[in-house]
Design a protein around this ligand. Structure first.
Ligand code: SF4
Length: 428
């Protein structure tokens, strides 16, 4: 049977072995009060374990190996960090270990004490053939309450990671939440493909500079398209030529430098998602909304949040264009419902959570989570995969949690630290 040390760590941590008449290899009675804290850094595997051997009570470290001879193979003999190990836990005892002070290292053998089906279930998770995820054959046996509880925890982990990135930007912006929100919102207007140039454009164009020109939509559009690098050439149409001359004046006035136009991608995008259209929508949002983040903190209903984005109108030029100087069939270019919900999910919910987390205001954390519960599930292959395994996914709360579960746990086979894996192995 192919055991790994990880499996033995798991067995020790959750006491998944037969505790009946435990003895060390020196035939002394062993009683375990606490297995200790799992140490994933250098040094013994478990720290501060509490146990008694014979009449002596010990508090100290536990080292775990597949075979006792691994003690030497892992060079613990002369490593001072291992001299206070109080118990050596092994699957097989192929050598008695003696410490430098001449003491025989107390050893517990686990062979014969671990249920065979525990290992086969573990083995299936860790090494079984899989099409989608390691537990694909058993995930349906996990109760919906346990799954929901675990997904909630995983979602919080995801939001905390995103929050770290928000707080890093906040620090760069000297604590300015509005500027930080504006930069992250811009990046999310790029919808992955153009996230980087959108973010660079926003960072090159501080929001307070836009605010100075807020009463002049043409100037806002000129600043945004100009800093995006789209106004560096002559045009046939009047509208872009006007933007260009506005931008040339504003660029000199504020000492601006545009980003490189070639950073923007049009390939394989539907015209509705061209960066020119997204920039026009972003400009329209800036024209319409001052202090957007402050407004969002006050709004409690999802429909009012959606309204902030549905009520914007791009410049009439874009109704018959997807790019400058290229006329097309008239079509509305305002943000669609799907795009708005993605912005609410990736920006608004994340900022509500981050703001609440940073200021320790639970009501904003709750509102960020509630917003995800209220938003519909987004479509992606992870959701499709879990649905194929019989998991019903109804909200963005669940789909975001499943994304995190797949990327941070399943893909790395972290089944032993996963709530689903623990349920499958009958650990509660
Ligand atoms: S990490 Fe959890 S959900 Fe993913 S395969 Fe393992 S047990 Fe299943």
């Amino acid at each position: 049977m192919l055991f790994t040390e990880d499996f033995l760590h798991y067995v020790w941590k959750f006491r998944l072995f037969d505790h009946n008449a435990l003895q060390t290899t020196d035939n002394e009675t062993l009683h375990i009060t606490s297995p200790g804290l799992h140490n994933t850094h250098s040094g013994p595997d478990f720290q501060n374990a509490r146990l008694s051997i014979g009449d002596t009570i010990w508090a100290g470290n536990v080292e775990i190996h597949l075979a006792s001879s691994d003690w030497h193979k892992h060079h613990h003999t002369n490593d001072g960090a291992y001299h206070n190990v109080v118990l050596h836990v092994v699957y097989e005892n192929d050598e008695q270990i003696t410490l430098p002070d001449g003491r025989r290292l107390p050893t517990l053998i686990l062979k014969g004490r671990i249920a065979a089906d525990l290992y086969s279930r573990y083995h299936q998770l860790a090494y079984g053939n899989q099409r989608i995820i390691p537990c694909e054959g058993t995930i349906k046996t996990v109760s919906s309450l346990s799954l929901h509880n675990w997904l909630t925890r995983v979602l919080v982990e995801r939001l905390e990671k995103k929050s770290d990135s928000v707080i890093a930007t906040l620090q760069n912006n000297r604590g300015d939440w509005e500027e930080t929100f504006y930069q992250h919102l811009a990046a999310n207007f790029g919808f992955k493909v153009n996230a980087l140039p959108f973010e660079l454009m926003a960072k090159s164009l501080p929001q307070n500079l836009l605010a100075k020109n807020k009463n002049n939509p043409m100037q806002i559009e000129a600043l945004i398209f100009g800093q995006a690098g789209f106004l560096e050439e002559d045009f046939k149409d009047d509208y872009p030529n006007k933007l260009r001359s506005e931008y040339q004046y504003l660029r000199k006035k504020y000492g601006l430098s545009p980003i490189e136009k070639h950073l923007w991608k049009f390939m394989r995008l539907r015209p509705q998602n061209f960066p020119t259209i997204r920039l026009a929508q972003f400009a329209a949002l800036i024209v319409q909304s001052n202090h957007l983040f402050s407004k969002i903190l006050e709004i409690k209903e999802i429909e009012q949040l959606r309204e902030l984005f549905t009520s914007i109108s791009v410049n009439v030029y874009w109704e018959s264009h997807y790019r400058f100087d290229a006329e097309s069939k008239p079509a509305t270019k305002n943000l669609g419902q799907g795009s708005i919900d993605l912005l609410l999910m990736n920006t608004v919910a994340v900022f509500l959570f981050s703001y609440g987390n940073h200021h320790q205001l639970q009501r904003y954390i709750d509102r960020g989570m509630q917003l995800l519960e209220d938003l519909p599930v987004e479509s992606n292959h992870v959701v499709t995969d879990f649905e194929a395994l019989g998991i019903k996914v109804k909200t963005a709360f669940e789909s975001q949690a499943l994304l995190e579960l797949k990327n941070s746990y399943c893909n790395h086979k972290k089944c032993l630290t996963c709530g689903v894996g623990n349920q499958i192995l009958n650990i509660t």
